[in-house]
Design a protein around this ligand. Sequence first.
Ligand SMILES: CCCCCCCCC/C=C/C(=O)SCCNC(=O)CCNC(=O)[C@H](O)C(C)(C)COP(=O)(O)OP(=O)(O)OC[C@H]1O[C@@H](n2cnc3c(N)ncnc32)[C@H](O)[C@@H]1OP(=O)(O)O
Ligand SMILES: NC(=O)C1=CN([C@@H]2O[C@H](COP(=O)(O)OP(=O)(O)OC[C@H]3O[C@@H](n4cnc5c(N)ncnc54)[C@H](OP(=O)(O)O)[C@@H]3O)[C@@H](O)[C@H]2O)C=CC1
Length: 294
Amino acid sequence: MSGLPVPPPLGTAMLPAGTFAGQVVAVTGGGTGLGKAIAVEFARLGAAVAVLSRKPEHHAKGVAAIEVVGAKAGAFAVDVRDPEAIAVAFDEVEAALGPVDVLVNNAAGNFPQPAEDISPRGWRAVTDIVLDGTFFASTEFARRARAGGRPGAVLNIAATYAWTGGPGTAHSAAAKAGVVNLTQSLAVEWAPDGIRVNGLAPGLFPHEDVPPQMRADTPEGLASLARTVPAGRVGSPHELGWAATFLCSPYAAYLTGHTLVLDGGNWLRRGLRMPDFLPVREQFPPPPDAKDRS
Ligand SMILES: CCCCCCCCC/C=C/C(=O)SCCNC(=O)CCNC(=O)[C@H](O)C(C)(C)COP(=O)(O)OP(=O)(O)OC[C@H]1O[C@@H](n2cnc3c(N)ncnc32)[C@H](O)[C@@H]1OP(=O)(O)O
Ligand SMILES: NC(=O)C1=CN([C@@H]2O[C@H](COP(=O)(O)OP(=O)(O)OC[C@H]3O[C@@H](n4cnc5c(N)ncnc54)[C@H](OP(=O)(O)O)[C@@H]3O)[C@@H](O)[C@H]2O)C=CC1
């Protein structure tokens, strides 16, 4: 399979150097995976970047990746489910780097499981992180930007199953659907303040930081994943960084309320004739060490 052209390599500039010079960008979950790739791309374009997440080991990884490209970085401990902790983290970012100009709501929790097996705490953990966390961080950002008379941009990371739902993702898909909808409400409410709110929905972007059930660790695993995508390959995290920086840049100044899909055509491949149907329990059998929740 040949598919769409491969992208330019990591480190290739898309936007002009210095596009985010003098700006402060806060990325929730910016210490791992896709959030880290997005953080690095903003840093490459001149931003000072704040990593907001729970775990010190993730803070260290994010800060190291940002500093390697010569940018100022800081890491701030926060659980996005706690609105008071978010306010404290914004205070800390302001004291260390300055007021936040761009907020990327990237933090998420997810574990594939048949819907009727998801415990109430499991449901709440995922929906609270994804939907409530996005709402709490966005509103904290907007209150401060408005009070300071500063324009800004918010970028919400979604997923393509926000529109379709999907097996094993009842909690995450429902929360991401809420995020896409919230993106639209906030965009129209905050446009008069010069605050744009957009979304970015990644398709398949495997990387080493996602939990084991969502990883493709071997070359064979990656190749078989690539064969499922119309473009013939999975996404590279730095491609998301390009899309994220574009959406938050002045080149997208008239764009708000939109969620951009970056997935090599994957979510559109559904036809009337599909491969044999696989029930959710066969797609996501419980891991051998799973607790018995029956
Ligand atoms: C193929 C290649 C594709 C290639 C890539 C494909 C990617 C597909 C799309 C990916 C989209 C993503 O969002 S990827 C992002 C994934 N990243 C993450 O999830 C990282 C952060 N995750 C977490 O922190 C945790 O997983 C999460 C549960 C969400 C929150 O943790 P907390 O500490 O708040 O909560 P805990 O106390 O640990 O757990 C809360 C409840 O959830 C339950 N729970 C926790 N983990 C569970 C699990 N694995 N299975 C069942 N249930 C679980 C617990 O048992 C608890 O319920 P009780 O037992 O009742 O008490
Ligand atoms: N990878 C993929 O193929 C896809 C990913 N996505 C989306 O992309 C985004 C990034 O995912 P990805 O990089 O793959 O996954 P990761 O697991 O690597 O990243 C999740 C990040 O969220 C942070 N986080 C989780 N819970 C909280 C919390 N309560 N408060 C603060 N931070 C939290 C974690 O940091 P810490 O543990 O330090 O708190 C971690 O850095 C997510 O929104 C995800 O839904 C969507 C579709 C596909």
